[in-house]
Design a protein around this ligand. Structure first.
Ligand code: ATP
Ligand code: MG
Length: 271
């Protein structure tokens, strides 16, 4: 009988299918990993922005994680939108109790349209309780500023901020450069010590970037489930997302979604 690596996402629902749990499950599937989900929050959103959020009770989030991990097991997991401090604490407790080792935390604080997706207590709990349990945290520049408490205006600041975030006890930091200007997009991976690993790619000129952050962290999680070392998982995930953005979809009136299934082109499918 076939066995697939197993990955779990703990995140919010995006009914438009471009971000959140839906994007994560598409990414897991596209990369050949069995996907599971524990939902933290129901959002009302589309390509134009987030209209409403409704956070689920923290215990219910904890129970969802426990139910699937005890039954099916996980090779890796990621967190996305967590909403509030109670949910962050419940997730940290589940990760600890269930011994989930390969954890990627996408520290979603605000949506690209500016909606608050994690409250103040949530940020504190994330730093204190969840990051020490994670192999990797993947902030964009505004989230990195919240986590390290300093303003980032040049590349040197990104390095200082990454060092600061490592103080939380997290295993590694990936600061994403999608929101900065320039013809190149630069992400920084820092695993401690004196080495900073930059990943530089051409910026794709498109408005269709809904869900890039969710998709990247899900892809890293998928490659970790397959047993890749962190750096290789990040590089392979970066290649995957570049293709997904290059082949993004003109759906909706706002920022359209990525094409999670772009690699099927190689199999002759019409994607
Ligand atoms: N226009 C682009 N062209 C190429 N790569 C991009 C582009 N925009 C973002 N990326 C890449 O996508 C990944 C996600 O980065 P980004 O900074 O957009 O995250 P994010 O802000 O968390 O996304 P989101 O807005 O979905 O929350 C990174 O690897 C980044 O380099
Ligand atoms: Mg993001």
């Amino acid at each position: 009988m076939a066995q697939l690596p197993r990955a779990l996402t703990v995140a919010g629902s995006d009914p438009s299918g471009g971000a959140g749990v839906q994007a994560d499950l598409k990414t897991f599937t596209a990369l050949g990993v069995y996907g599971m989900s524990a939902i933290t929050s129901i959002t009302v959103q589309n390509t134009e922005g987030v209209l409403k959020t409704f956070h689920l009770p923290a215990d219910l989030v904890h129970e969802q994680i426990r139910a699937v991990v005890e039954d099916i097991g996980v090779d890796s997991a990621k967190t996305g939108m967590l909403g509030n401090g109670d949910i962050v604490s419940a997730v940290a407790r589940a990760v600890q109790e269930l011994g989930i080792e390969n954890l990627v935390v996408d520290p979603i604080v605000k949506s690209s349209s500016g909606a608050d997706l994690l409250d103040k207590h949530g940020v504190e709990a994330l730093k204190r309780e969840l990051l020490p349990l994670a192999r990797l945290v993947t902030p964009n520049v505004p989230e990195a500023e919240v986590l390290c408490g300093m303003k980032i205006s040049k590349l040197r600041d990104v390095e200082l901020c990454a060092r600061e975030i490592m103080e939380t006890g997290v295993g590694a930091v990936l600061i994403k450069g999608g929101h900065l200007e320039g013809g190149k997009v630069i992400d920084l991976l820092y695993e401690g010590g004196d080495e900073f690993h930059y990943i530089v790619r051409d910026r794709v000129r498109t408005k269709n970037t809904h869900g890039t952050g969710c998709t990247l962290s899900a892809a890293i999680t998928a490659f970790m489930a397959k047993g890749l070392e962190l750096k290789e998982a990040v590089e392979r995930a970066r290649d995957y997302i570049q293709g997904a953005i290059e082949n993004s979809l003109n759906l909706g009136r706002g920022k359209g979604p990525l094409n999670h299934m772009w690699r099927l082109k190689e199999c002759g499918e019409s994607f």
